[in-house]
Ligand binder design. Structure first.
Ligand code: NDP
Ligand code: CU
Length: 473
């Protein structure tokens, strides 16, 4: 008997076999010695059967109307009635919609003691119990219900598992039944993941319904900043000039030149926001003297969104590089070029000033470093790195990128000024803040790297606490 009181079908049936010469042998009868039964000859049932046949596993489909379904199923698959199909196997895949589960109560006695695989999905995310728990508790309480394969689409099964994730979460309250289905998934070419007991089906059923969950915070933040910076740049420059002196030229150039400034500011701010939560977390740990104090929700969400913020920074920086390459001419950025002769009233330009070239150098370098950060954040590359290499790239190279990116922005702003203090004086406060944020971060990071604070932080992160824990009496 299994822990949940259900009867286990594990390797318990002992069959007598006679092999030549060696006398009789006892061989265990495993559920996998029988065909896999699929209930429902719909899209999923047929695709699942096709995949099993390709893997070399025998399949029987149970249908309400076997005669009509037979021409549509893959060759070598037997199509028969529900009861007949169930009697032939030990593992039954229930490929029917969730709404049809109440009708499955008729098969309750046929399915007693069998492994029933629930592949169903929900229509929308809700807090009710999972389909698998409903099936196990309310309909087939004498079967061993296993949740699995719901993350795989019928299309992916038909196209040789292309275009879909091969990771298949599997969970069940019965360990042996779970093990059998895990083995089946392996044989079919999947990477099964043991999710534990059936309650985990709530998470497993939520997987296909999720829409980029880790990206919500980062995307909202990016669009919020984009809107704020665009409105600011538009009002501070082109619209201000128009209202003050009726000049429309700058408004016309907002989609290219003006927006390119927004992209530069946004890329640098997003990159700074990748490193800010780590610094706040470090100071918080130093202040509390322990790593066991939980972070507030806002900081936790921010820390978990660092990778997404970094990738969005890379996207925006790449857009900025494309815009800059298209607009990089003296007609747009005259203050970066040496003045040439005036011929027939038209100003000609020579090559760039050293500041202009430095701008291209720092911009290219920052983008290259950001690309390295982006590539190393992908799981396949991460898997090939050890922890030290990963920390080196993400932390050291990340701060180097922040430094070069800030230098790039400062060089850009200063190209129009002969004296640096004029630049600081005339730069509008929010634009200055965009550059001050990474500068502040770099200073705080250097402060944290000072021997005294660094060794204290290391102690805390190794589990040392400033206040001794009360010992239970
Ligand atoms: N399609 C997909 O890509 C995926 C589907 N799934 C899940 O697989 C299950 C089946 O989906 P799908 O194949 O697309 O749906 P279909 O509507 O194509 O097929 C469902 C089949 O279930 C059987 N059925 C329907 N109602 C009843 C009932 N009242 N009693 C008994 N049998 C019934 C029918 O088979 P018959 O007429 O032979 O009896 C029917 O063809 C669903 O739970 C779905 O959530 C999961 C992941 C992906
Ligand atoms: Cu730039």
């Amino acid at each position: 008997m299994a822990a949940n009181g259900k009867m286990s079908t594990g390797n318990e049936m002992v069959v007598l076999k006679t092999s030549e010469g060696d006398g009789p042998q006892y061989v265990k009868d495993s559920p996998r010695d029988h065909p896999i039964v699929i209930i429902g000859a719909g899209d999923y049932g047929r695709s699942f059967a096709g995949r099993l046949v390709k893997t070399g596993i025998r399949v029987v489909i149970g249908s309400r109307d076997p005669e009509r379904r037979r021409p549509n199923v893959p060759e070598d698959v037997v199509v028969t009635s529900h009861s007949d199909a169930i009697s032939r196997g030990k593992i039954v895949v229930l490929a029917v919609p969730r709404d049809a589960y109440s009708d499955m109560a008729e098969l309750r006695s046929d399915l007693t003691g069998k492994i029933v695989v629930d592949v169903s999905n929900k229509e929308r995310l809700d807090t009710e119990k999972s389909n698998a728990e409903y099936l196990s508790e309310d309909i087939l309480d004498k079967s061993l219900v296993v949740k699995g394969f719901n993350v795989v689409s019928a299309w992916s099964l038909e196209s040789g598992l292309a275009g879909g994730s091969k990771e298949v979460p599997i969970c069940s309250d019965d360990k042996e039944a779970r093990g059998e289905v895990i083995q089946l998934a392996k044989d079919m070419g999947f990477f099964p993941m043991d999710y534990g007991c059936l309650r985990a089906a709530r998470d497993v059923e939520a997987i296909p319904l999720r829409l980029l969950p880790g990206w919500r915070f980062a995307t909202k933040l990016m669009f919020g900043l984009l809107a704020f910076m665009s409105i600011y740049v538009l009002f501070q420059g082109p619209l201000y000039k128009y209202v003050k002196s009726g000049v429309t030229k700058d408004i016309q150039h907002f989609p290219g030149k003006g927006f390119n400034r927004v992209l530069a500011m946004l890329a640098l701010t997003l990159l700074a926001l990748v490193y800010f939560p780590g610094i706040i977390a470090a100071f918080r740990q130093l202040a509390y003297g322990t790593k066991y104090q939980r972070f507030p929700i806002w900081l936790d969400t921010w820390l978990k969104s660092r990778k997404q913020l970094g990738l969005l920074a890379l996207l925006v920086a790449s857009l900025h590089a494309i815009f800059s390459a298209c607009l990089m001419s003296p007609e747009y950025y005259y203050h970066m070029y040496e003045k040439g002769p005036v011929i027939e009233g038209r100003q000609f330009y020579g090559m760039m000033f050293w500041r202009g070239e430095l701008l291209i150098f720092t911009g290219g370098l920052a983008l290259a470093l950001m690309s390295v950060l982006g590539v190393t954040s992908t799981p396949s590359v991460q898997n090939a790195m050890n922890w030290r290499e990963f920390v080196f790239v993400q932390s050291k190279l990340g701060f180097a990128c922040l430094f070069v990116g800030t230098a790039h922005c400062i060089v850009y702003g200063s190209t129009g000024f002969n004296k640096m203090y004029l630049y600081v004086w005339y730069t509008p406060p929010p634009a200055l803040l965009v550059m001050l944020l990474p500068c502040l971060l770099i200073l705080l990071k250097l402060f944290l790297l000072s021997p005294c604070l660094n060794s204290r932080l290391m102690q805390i992160r190794r589990g040392w606490e400033s206040k001794p824990k009360a010992t239970p009496v």
